[in-house]
Design a protein around this ligand. Structure first.
Ligand SMILES: [Cu+2]
Length: 183
């Protein structure tokens, strides 16, 4: 088999695992392909926004038999994108911040991204996100595999949250509320 053929085959998740298993003395659990192979996305949508920031939500289902972790997100809709969670500060205010360590989707389970909970954060929008439009989001998994999906832009006015850019570690001044921005 030529090296070209091997590279072509390695682009498929299941084949990659078989090749890796063949080269490794340690095989942890059954072969189930890449992290992205195990996850399906449904009910995905993005909050409409004129400029600045927005957030995306979805239901992430892991149909595999091991936990997978999402470590990053990107989108052509924004210059930067982050994995966020919402927490409550000592004074009772809900703030969102980067989710340390990424988002885990447990084996045979579903992790739901919702307003007021974990979400995909779009920072520095490149263009207005108008209702009815579609944009693409890409999830990057711990093993380096990626998954892209299209999400529809929808109007949403609930759950306004301020963004704590310190990540909740408290050394910088408190985050100011950002009108028009919701998690
Ligand atoms: Cu956020």
């Amino acid at each position: 088999m030529s090296s070209f053929t091997i590279r072509r085959l390695a682009a498929g998740g299941a084949v990659t695992s078989l090749l890796l298993a063949g080269c490794s003395a340690v095989v942890d659990g059954p072969l189930t392909g890449t992290d992205s192979d195990a996850v399906t996305v449904s009910d995905q949508w993005v909050k409409a926004a004129e400029s600045g920031m927005s957030s995306a939500f979805a239901q992430l289902s892991n149909i595999g038999d091991r936990d997978v972790r999402i470590v990053a997100v990107s989108s052509p809709a924004s210059a930067r994108a982050e994995l966020h969670e919402v927490t409550t500060r000592a004074d009772g205010t809900a703030v969102m911040r980067q989710k340390q360590g990424g988002m885990t989707v447990p084996a045979n389970s579903t992790h739901t991204l919702v307003p007021g909970g974990d979400h995909l954060m779009l920072l520095d929008l490149t263009d207005p996100l108008a209702p009815g439009m579609t944009t693409t989001l890409s999830l990057i998994f711990e093993d380096g595999s990626t998954m892209s999906f299209d999400a529809q832009v929808r109007d949403f006015s609930g759950n306004q949250k301020s963004y704590d850019p310190t990540g909740g570690h408290g050394s910088a001044p408190a985050a100011a509320p950002m009108p028009g921005h919701g998690a």
